[in-house]
Design a protein. Structure first.
Length: 138
């Protein structure tokens, strides 16, 4: 039997909460960060479009935990009705739904980049959208 839509949305929020907890436990404080010119080439956290994510340096174990939770988010989103997702057009739902495959196909370095960029830039918007979707679902 399929999970109800409301429960899938709650699953997404639970995964986002887990990501927040992992990041709080596993990111290094700002004073541990190296200045840009001290980083070896290709060693910073860089989103796919090239923006540096120096404020978020994650331990490898945390990256793995966040990757798992992002995959859970993607699986839950993939099972949501397209009509409901269309009510929040500002979120790239197809990309979110493909996250499990996208993360699985990445090597550790690019996965770290994707995880850092996603956590910093995408998850707050996603969380807000999921809360609004929950308001629409009985």
């Amino acid at each position: 039997m399929s999970r109800p839509v409301r429960q899938r949305l709650l699953d997404v929020l639970a995964a986002l909460d887990a990501i927040d907890a992992h990041v709080r436990r596993g990111s290094r404080p700002d004073d541990d960060l190296l200045p840009d010119d001290d980083l070896p080439p290709g060693d910073g956290l860089v989103r796919d479009h090239g923006a540096r994510e120096d404020a978020l340096v994650l331990d490898d174990l945390v990256v793995d935990a966040v990757r798992f939770q992002l995959s859970e988010v993607g699986r839950a989103v993939a099972a949501l009705p397209a009509g409901l997702l269309a009510t929040e057009p500002g979120v790239p739902w197809p990309a979110v739904a493909r996250m499990p495959e996208h993360l699985a196909s990445r090597h550790p370095g690019p996965a770290r980049v994707l995880v850092a960029g996603t956590v910093v830039h995408e998850l707050p918007q996603l969380r807000s959208a999921v809360h609004r979707l929950l308001d629409r679902v009985p």
